[in-house]
Design a protein around this ligand. Structure first.
Ligand SMILES: [Zn+2]
Length: 378
């Protein structure tokens, strides 16, 4: 997350610093601004509450002690305390950079840019109105096509997870998507639209993976300033995301697997045969809630085996998995933890390297079958 302004041009960095210094709101306006960005009013009472970023029961306190929307959380820094202001809270809860946030809040002229784009800027939006967000997300979902065998989304996934046998998913679609950056449309790309659902079935957001129009790879999208942009983005957030997942497949025999990313959990599915969902990132993985009504009794957690974080001396992906495992076990679920063998890899990496090794040595036409069980993606 680029809250520090890394990757910005010097002009934008200077603009951001000036705007951050000038930004001021009354206590009431802080509350309404935070709520308009999806922070629950329950967290803004001044009493201990769950954290809008990392969950828990009573670890978070909004005190506005310096009049800048100030807060403190005992766990927000990978399990360690963190404090910040209201803008940082919005940026963290919505996984957006401070620069983009300040552009939205400023609502006025965007900062100077060395290059020009021909597309006119859309009208400035001061805040995300839930009805607007719902219409936007519904429109994006209904304009996209269900996944079909051989389409670009399936070819991309086959490239990332070779030999993938999962079939199409009801939670993934292929659409033509506008890429917006700093209020400007940079162009349209084909992309995978993933439906992120909350435990009770409401839509949380649509997660988008922009694809190259020709080859099965992520799109290369460059800003007018020459910054290489992220090809994976959440769209606007309709409801706070904690607890939810993209439900790629149906549970089988009361079992489901969860992990961080799309490709990762498809790799884990190929390694284990367990049907899989994904939560977008490790914070949301650690906060995953098992939905009622699907008969789920066993949860497999597919952890990313990240390198050790020097501050916490832990692998962030493994820590997130352990946090989830502890909570789910307390709730009575059977939990099976899975970790890739090699540090610095996830299950997509592990599956891919094993598949390539096997296919370089095995004679043509004799493919080893890895998946011990088959789950249908219906
Ligand atoms: Zn927190």
């Amino acid at each position: 997350m680029s809250t520090s302004g890394r990757g910005l041009s010097p002009e934008k960095y200077e603009w951001l610093q000036r705007k951050l210094k000038e930004f001021a709101l009354s206590p009431e306006a802080w509350i309404s601004t935070l709520m308009s960005y999806g922070i629950s009013g329950d967290c803004l009472t001044g009493r201990a509450s769950a954290c809008p970023v990392c969950g828990g029961d009573d670890r978070f306190t909004y005190d506005n002690k310096s009049g800048r929307g100030d807060w403190i959380c005992r766990k927000c820094n990978d399990g360690y305390p963190m404090a910040g202001d209201g803008l940082q809270l919005i940026a963290r809860a919505n996984r957006m950079g401070l620069y983009r946030l300040m552009c939205q809040l400023d609502g006025g002229s965007p900062p100077p840019s060395r290059a020009r784009v021909s597309t006119p800027a859309p009208a400035p939006k001061r805040k995300a109105d839930p009805a607007f967000v719902a219409r936007r997300l519904d429109g994006m979902w209904s304009d996209a096509r269900p996944q079909a065998v051989g389409d670009l989304s399936m070819r991309y996934l086959q490239e990332r997870v070779p030999g993938l046998t999962a079939g199409s998913s009801p939670s993934l679609r292929l659409g033509m998507l506008e890429y917006r950056h700093e209020k400007k449309v940079l162009g349209e790309w084909p992309g995978i639209v993933a439906r992120f659902e909350l435990p009770e079935g409401r839509l949380g957001t649509l997660h988008r993976t922009f694809l190259d129009p020709v080859k099965p790879a992520k799109a290369t999208i460059v800003s007018p300033d020459g910054e290489l942009l992220d090809a994976k983005l959440n769209d606007m957030t309709l409801n706070p995301l904690a607890g939810g997942a993209v439900r790629l497949m149906s549970p089988v025999d009361g079992e489901i697997g969860v992990g961080e990313g799309l490709e990762t959990v498809y790799g884990a599915f190929m390694e284990t045969g367990v049907p899989a969902w994904y939560c977008l990132n490790r914070v949301l993985l650690s906060r995953f809630v098992v939905p009622d009504g699907l008969g789920i009794k066993v949860v497999h957690i597919f952890m990313d085996f990240d390198h050790v974080d020097l501050k916490t001396r832990q692998s962030p992906g493994v820590s997130a998995g352990m946090v989830l495992a502890k909570r789910l076990r307390e709730q009575g679920y059977t939990v099976v933890l899975h970790r890739p063998r090699q540090r610095g890899t996830d299950f997509a990496d592990q599956w891919r390297s094993r598949w390539i090794a096997a296919h370089e040595s095995a004679p043509l036409g004799r493919r080893p079958a890895y998946a011990s069980r088959v789950a249908l993606a219906i």
